[in-house]
Every structure is written in structure tokens, then in C-alpha cells.
Design a protein around this ligand. Structure first.
Ligand code: MF3
Ligand code: CO
Length: 256
């Protein structure tokens, strides 16, 4: 079942989304060579605490995970793309960092992610970052009342393939609202014109993640969380929570 949200509920989600956007901006602003990942988790915790928001990530444990998630952000470096744990690892010059954050405020949740390089950005990384973020925005542009989930999926898949990047339909986008993961699933590849019809009041997270090596395979570390490209190539991940409206899609995880 997919719950349609009222305008008031969407405003509440936008408030949660504003907290997510601030946390991501603060983490990005702090991230520097030599910083430990767990210090960046503390930066995000402070933003959530200051907003009286809780974290839908902290303690989250899907049946596939061996242990509850230990942070409020996922911090994935280089060949890690998703669900990297905030460890004592210290950032190095040129590391590609993906930061994923959620916040729950007054019972409503929003979820977003950004990727960027620490210090200098190689040309290859710049292209990977640009193409992945472009896929997010192209996908958002398709998300209109009456369109279908497959329109979002195919927009993402086409950009990855054109660029020669690997992608996988596991861990795609998802409905979001009262909880972090709701129906529908929004795969990162698929056929336009297929799948569930989008309706005014649906709220979904769209989250392309691409792997530079061009292979689609990934593996999960022994920690049960960290997802890496199987070929060791770098990955990037961008995500927004959006609301489908009777007009343009509304991005709920933007800085106010
Ligand atoms: N944005 C991710 C997702 O939607 C992050 C959740 S993983 C968590 O799946 F464990 F950290 F919560
Ligand atoms: Co998400």
C-alpha cells in the first residue's frame, strides 16, 4: 500500500528534510584531510540534536543486517558506495566520500545523500559525481502525477549506461514518510511506462548510485553493512526525498 500525504504532512516532511539538508551541509563543510569518519558522524548528531530530530539510521536493523546501524550518517569512501560505517578511518587527500543522512521530526522522516571529494577532485571523479547527480535531477524531473515508477528508473539507468558506469537495482529509492522505507521500491534501472503510477501526495526518495568501473556487481563487507563495488572502482551516490504534486515535483531535502 502507498499512503498519500496531505499538504500538511508534506510540510512536516519538508521540516525533517531541512534538518537532513543542514546535517549534510555541515558534514561537507567539516570534511577535511585527516578527519575521522566518526567525527563527521558527531557533526551530524549535533545538527539533529539541535533540531530535536531523531535519527532513523541509528539502531536500524533490517533482517539482512547482523547488527544495528551504529551511526546517524552513512559515510562511504572511494570503492565503498553505500552504508559505510563511521569508523576511525582518517580521510585522505582525494578521497571520494558519500554521505547519507536521515532525520525524523514530529513523526515524519526524510532521507538524502551527497557525494564529494576531500581536497582535490580528479577529472574521473568529477565526471562520476556530475553524472550521478545529473541522474538524480533527471529522475526527479520525470516524477509527475500520472507518470510511472519505471519513468524514474529508466531515466537513471539510461544515464549510467551512457556514461559507461555500473549500476544495480538493489538498494534503490523507496517510499518515505512515517518511516524511512515504505512502498514503493524505486529501482535504479527499468523500463519507462511500466510500474506503479505516481500520484499527487506520494513521497519518495530517489537515490542513484553508480560505480565508475562499469561493472554492475557489488559486495558487502564482513561488517554486514558497507557496500563496495566488486571491481574496486569508486562509486557515487546522490539522494533527495521528493513529493509528487499536481505540478512540478517538490524536493523536500533542500536547504531552507
Ligand atoms: N538512504 C539509505 C536508504 O535509504 C540509508 C539507510 S541505511 C541505514 O536505504 F542503515 F543507515 F539506515
Ligand atoms: Co534512502
Amino acid at each position: 500500500m502507498v499512503e498519500l500525504k496531505t499538504p500538511g504532512e508534506i510540510e512536516a516532511m519538508a521540516a525533517a528534510g531541512g534538518v537532513v539538508a543542514r546535517a549534510l551541509a555541515e558534514v561537507r563543510g567539516h570534511a577535511a584531510v585527516g578527519d575521522r569518519l566518526r567525527d563527521l558522524d558527531l557533526v551530524a548528531r549535533e545538527v539533529l540534536r539541535g533540531a530535536r530530530a531523531s535519527s532513523p539510521f541509528l539502531g536500524y536493523q533490517p533482517s539482512s543486517a547482523p547488527a544495528p546501524y551504529p551511526g546517524v550518517v552513512c559515510l562511504s569512501v572511494n570503492d565503498a558506495v553505500l552504508h559505510g560505517i563511521p569508523t576511525g578511518y582518517r580521510l585522505r587527500e582525494g578521497d571520494l566520500l558519500s554521505v547519507d543522512c536521515g532525520a525524523t521530526l514530529d513523526g515524519w522522516t526524510a532521507d538524502a545523500a551527497i557525494s564529494f571529494c576531500v581536497g582535490s577532485t580528479s577529472d574521473d571523479d568529477a565526471r562520476l559525481l556530475e553524472r550521478t547527480e545529473h541522474a538524480l535531477h533527471a529522475a526527479i524531473a520525470t516524477a509527475r502525477d500520472g507518470a510511472r515508477i519505471g519513468d524514474i528508473s529508466s531515466a537513471i539507468g539510461a544515464i549510467a549506461r551512457d556514461a559507461g558506469y555500473g549500476l544495480h537495482t538493489d538498494f534503490g529509492g523507496h517510499g518515505v514518510g512515517r518511516t524511512m522505507h515504505e512502498n514503493p521500491h524505486v529501482p535504479n534501472d527499468g523500463r519507462s511506462g511500466r510500474g506503479m503510477r505516481l500520484r499527487d501526495g506520494m513521497t519518495i526518495a530517489i537515490e542513484p548510485w553508480f560505480m565508475a568501473g562499469g561493472r554492475d556487481a557489488y559486495r558487502i563487507d564482513d561488517d554486514g553493512w558497507t557496500l563496495r563495488s566488486d571491481d574496486g572502482s569508486r562509486g557515487a551516490h546522490f539522494e533527495h526525498t521528493i513529493a509528487i504534486t499536481d505540478d512540478q515535483p517538490r524536493v523536500l531535502t533542500r536547504l531552507a
